[in-house]
Design a protein around this ligand. Structure first.
Ligand SMILES: [Zn+2]
Length: 365
């Protein structure tokens, strides 16, 4: 049996093996805070039954996400029960590899491989180009579509591990391409911390600061991607800016989809958007409720040099915020790859309604 992290998003350390028990830890790398992301591949274990043991707070309600191809993901508890055992809170799971199951991926949550974005773009005839070079010299992808005076900026993965935001963003794009916003040019940077996404970093709380703390008005950005986003906003404006994230690992509001409110001055707009978003939610969506929105200057939600606070305080900006989407959800509202994209489509419809209802108050034209 080989356990490795040699794939986009891989992150694991094998601490110890004894018989068919494996003790694993995730790698924090340059994160200054304990975080929970991990993803690994098991090869050459066909026919074996193996127990994987973790630290606290590394497994969700439904066990790990499981995939054979890095494309399709299921929760362990949705797979054949005769071949696994998992109890939430025990920090371990047991898996029996089928006779011809020679390669299986396990992860904290459902990964969103950058190739999925490229396939999505190709299927929608969306041109993907180089936004900038990352610190490690990689070509960071972006896309831009539509034309008009209204500038919309959509981003995800300011925190590398936060894959649920990517599924929601894909849904937003699919709806905006199907039925474009009026008079709008949309910039999308799907993997802001591209190196972190590829390398399988946590990305959260990087030292000295992470990508979503790199928007200090009084300081130049330290990451090329965020510097380029700021430059774009200076050139084109940012009338609407939405940044798609995942929250903390699990529990309470972290099991929901919620808007992180970020302004007292624009509280009415944030509430209005939240109401529209709730009313656009369908049965097939990972559901959102306005009442779960996180109030500004409450708990962990303080003033920050993040994307959304930077954008919302720009003079031309109408609305900007972070949308958080749970990694697992709950028994009644459970995350899967499909329902997150449906929520994204609902989000785009809410945005269109917002512009229809309140567009006249924009200082754009
Ligand atoms: Zn985040």
């Amino acid at each position: 049996m080989i356990i490795h992290s040699d794939f986009a998003g891989g992150n694991i350390k094998t601490v110890r093996r004894s018989g068919n028990e494996v003790y694993l830890e995730n790698e924090l790398r340059d994160s200054g805070q304990d975080w929970f992301y991990w993803a690994f591949c098991v090869e050459d274990a066909a026919g074996q039954t193996v127990t994987f043991r973790f630290q606290e707070n590394r497994l969700g309600y439904f066990g790990p996400a499981v995939s054979r191809d890095l494309v399709n993901w299921k929760w362990l508890s949705e797979t054949d029960k005769s071949r696994h055992s998992f109890l939430y809170g025990k920090n371990s799971f047991t898996y029996t590899f089928g006779k011809d199951e020679n390669r299986v991926f396990f992860a904290h949550s459902m990964l969103y491989h950058p190739d999925r974005f490229l396939r999505f773009a190709a299927a929608h005839e969306l041109e993907v180009s180089e936004f900038c070079r990352s610190r490690k010299g990689r070509s960071v992808p972006y896309t831009v579509f539509g034309c008009g005076k209204r500038s919309v900026i959509l981003t995800a993965r300011h925190h590398a591990c936060e894959s649920t935001g990517s599924y929601v963003l894909e849904g937003v794009l699919s709806e905006l391409l199907r039925d474009p916003l009026p008079d709008a040019k949309v910039l999308c940077v799907p993997f802001v911390d591209y190196d972190g996404v590829i390398d399988g970093d946590q990305g959260k709380a990087r030292r000295p600061h992470d990508h979503n703390r790199d928007y200090d008005k009084n300081q130049p950005s330290i990451y090329p991607e965020t510097a380029e986003i700021r430059r774009y906003a200076d050139e084109h404006g940012c009338h609407y800016g939405f940044d798609f994230h995942s929250p903390w690992h699990i529990g309470d509001v972290n099991d929901c989809m919620f808007i992180v409110q970020n302004s007292f001055e624009k509280a009415d707009r944030l509430d209005a958007f939240g109401k529209l978003l709730e009313s656009e939610m369908t049965e097939k969506a990972f559901r959102y409720r306005h009442e779960n929105d996180y109030p500004f200057m409450h708990g962990w939600n303080l003033k920050s040099n993040n994307f959304s606070q930077y954008m919302i305080s720009r003079p031309e900006n109408v609305l900007a915020f972070t949308l958080e989407t749970a990694y697992f959800g709950t028994q009644q509202n459970r995350v899967d790859q499909k329902n997150l994209t449906v929520s994204g489509r609902c989000f785009a419809k809410a945005l269109r309604k917002y512009i229809e209802n309140y567009g006249a108050t924009e200082k754009i034209f």
